[in-house]
Design a binder for this molecule. Structure first.
Ligand SMILES: Cc1ncc(COP(=O)(O)O)c(C=O)c1O
Length: 462
C-alpha cells in the first residue's frame, strides 16, 4: 500500500511540476485508446503495471484544465493540498451524511460553510451544503425556492433570468418540472446585466395575466463575460414582489473574498440562496460546489423526508436531528463524500490572505490583459475585464462580422492544435468572440501576451 501510494503521490507531484512545460490540450481517438488500454481479464495485474498504463495512456490524454495557460471555459486550478484532502476523505471513506457517522467531518463542513456564508455577507441563521458543483447547487437553490414560495409544483409559477444565465439554470428548472413557458428571459442592458426595468415589466405583465411570479435568478459573474447582474436592485424588486432571489455565483461569488470582488458583487448579501463553486475560484479539485441559503431551515423544509415515512432504518439518525445537523436532510444525497475537507485544509494551510491575494491577482491580470489588447491595434475589446474575464475579437475591418466570426473559430482550432495555450470562444450579441478567463493563480502576463500574438497570427490565416 505504501509503495503504491507513494507512487501515486509522485505522479501527482510530477504532473504539477511539469505542467508549464507541457501541451495544454490533448485529445486521442477512442479506437486508439481502446487498443492501448486493452480489456478486463479474469487474471489480476500488478499495481505497478496498471499505474504505468494509467500514467502513459490515460492521464496523458487529458486537456490540463489546471495548466497555467488554460484560459478557456472556467479553469480548474485545483491545488495539491486539495488533492490530498480528497485522498484522505476517500482513504477513510468518510460517510458525510450525518453526525452519527462523521461528527468531526461534520464540524469541518459546518465551519467551512459558515466561513463562506460570512464571506457572502449572509446573516446569522444562514447555512448551506456542499454538493458536486454549480449545476447541483443551482438545482438545490431552485428546488428550495419552489418549496418556500410555492409549497410545491404550480403550473402558473414563473421564474425570471437573463439570457446570459448559465445553462445549468434551465436544466435545473427542467429537471424540477418547469415548462419552458414558465421561464421568462429578461433582456439585458448594454453591459449584459439584467435590465431591472424590464424585469419589473415582466413581473407586472405576468401578475396581470394571472400567473404566479416566484423567483428571480441573478448571475454573479456570468460565464460568458464575467458580468454581474445588478444584485441590489434585483433584491429590491424581489422584496417588493415577495420573490425568491437565487444568485448563481458558481463562477464569481468567491471573488467576494477580495475587496475589488466584493465591490463588484454589491448586493450578494441580499440573496435568499447562492450557488458558489470552490472548484472554480477557490482552487479546489473537482467536485465541490455549494448552495448557501439565507435561512438554513429552508433547506431542511425542502429536502427532509421523515424516516417514519419510508426510511425507518434511519430513525436513529433522525432523532439526532434535534441536536446536530443531519446533512442528508439538507440536500438530495444520502451517502455523501467528505468534500469539505479539501477546502478546509487549503484555507488552514495557506491562510485566507493567500486566497484573497490570488483572487485579486486574477481580477488585475484580466485588467492588464484588457490594456494589452487595447494597446495592440489588432483587437476590439468586446467586453471589458470583469471578474477575471475579458472578451475580444479581431478588429472589424471591411470584411465585417461574419468574416470576423469565422476567423475567431479558426483561431481557436489552431491554438488548440498548437497546444501552447487554450482559449475558447463565446457569443456576445452577434459576434463570436475570444475569451480569456484568468483565475489561475500562476497565470502570467507574458504568456497571455504570447497567446494573444499566436491568436492574432491564427486569425489572420498566416
Ligand atoms: C455561472 C455558472 N453557473 C453554473 C455552472 C455549472 O457549474 P458545474 O459545472 O460545477 O456544474 C457554471 C460552470 O461553469 C458557471 O460558470
Amino acid at each position: 500500500m505504501r509503495a503504491f501510494g507513494h507512487r501515486v503521490v509522485d505522479m501527482i507531484v510530477d504532473h504539477v511540476e511539469t505542467l508549464r512545460d507541457r501541451k495544454v490540450s490533448v485529445q486521442v481517438p477512442r479506437a486508439e485508446l481502446d487498443a492501448r488500454l486493452g480489456s478486463f481479464t479474469d487474471a489480476p495485474a500488478s499495481p505497478d503495471a496498471v499505474l504505468d498504463l494509467v500514467e502513459r495512456d490515460v492521464l496523458s490524454a487529458i486537456t490540463a484544465v489546471d495548466h497555467p495557460r488554460f484560459y478557456a471555459f472556467v479553469p480548474g486550478p485545483g491545488g495539491f493540498v486539495g488533492a490530498m484532502g480528497d485522498a484522505l476523505a476517500a482513504g477513510f471513506n468518510v460517510f458525510a451524511g450525518h453526525w452519527l457517522a462523521a461528527s468531526g467531518p461534520g464540524a469541518v463542513e459546518l465551519q467551512t460553510i459558515e466561513f463562506l456564508c460570512n464571506a457572502c455577507g449572509l446573516p446569522p441563521g444562514a447555512g448551506g451544503l456542499f454538493v458536486s458543483g454549480g449545476s447541483m447547487a443551482n438545482l438545490s437553490g431552485l428546488a428550495t425556492a419552489r418549496t418556500v414560495k410555492l409549497g410545491g409544483p404550480d403550473a402558473s409559477a414563473v421564474v425570471y433570468l437573463s439570457d446570459q444565465a448559465h445553462s445549468s439554470i434551465a436544466k435545473g428548472l427542467r429537471v424540477l418540472g418547469f415548462a419552458s413557458s414558465q421561464v421568462r428571459e429578461v433582456a439585458c442592458d448594454a453591459n449584459l446585466r439584467m435590465d431591472v426595468a424590464a424585469l419589473e415589466r415582466a413581473i407586472a405583465e405576468d401578475r396581470q395575466g394571472g400567473r404566479r411570479p416566484f423567483c428571480v435568478v441573478a448571475s454573479a459573474g456570468t460565464t460568458n463575460t464575467g458580468a454581474v447582474d445588478p444584485l441590489r436592485a434585483i433584491a429590491v424588486s424581489c422584496r417588493a414582489h415577495d420573490l425568491w432571489m437565487h444568485v448563481d455565483g458558481a463562477y464569481g461569488a468567491a471573488a467576494t473574498l477580495a475587496d475589488r470582488g466584493r465591490a463588484a458583487l454589491d448586493g450578494l448579501d441580499l440573496a435568499d440562496s447562492i450557488a458558489l463553486d470552490p472548484h472554480k475560484w477557490l482552487f479546489q479539485p473537482f467536485e465541490i460546489g455549494c448552495v448557501l441559503v439565507r435561512d438554513l431551515r429552508h433547506l431542511r423544509q425542502s429536502f427532509s423526508v421523515h424516516p417514519e415515512d419510508n426510511a425507518s432504518y434511519l430513525a436513529d439518525v433522525g432523532r439526532m436531528a434535534e441536536r446536530e445537523v443531519v446533512f442528508y436532510e439538507h440536500g438530495i444525497q444520502l451517502t455523501r463524500a467528505f468534500r469539505a475537507l479539501k477546502l478546509w485544509m487549503s484555507l488552514r494551510i495557506f491562510g485566507i490572505a493567500a486566497f484573497r491575494a490570488a483572487i485579486d491577482r486574477g481580477i488585475r491580470l484580466a485588467e492588464d490583459t484588457e490594456h494589452l489588447l487595447r494597446a495592440d491595434g489588432r483587437w476590439d475589446v468586446v467586453t471589458p475585464a470583469q471578474l477575471a474575464v475579458v472578451t475580444f475579437a479581431p478588429r472589424l475591418g471591411n470584411a465585417g462580422v461574419a468574416a470576423s466570426n469565422a476567423r475567431v473559430e479558426r483561431a481557436v482550432e489552431r491554438l488548440t492544435a498548437d497546444g501552447y495555450a487554450m482559449v475558447t470562444s463565446t457569443q456576445v450579441r452577434d459576434r463570436t468572440v475570444l475569451r480569456f478567463c484568468l483565475i489561475h493563480p500562476d497565470a502570467r502576463i507574458e504568456e497571455v501576451r504570447e497567446t494573444a500574438n499566436r491568436l492574432a497570427t491564427y486569425c489572420s490565416g498566416d
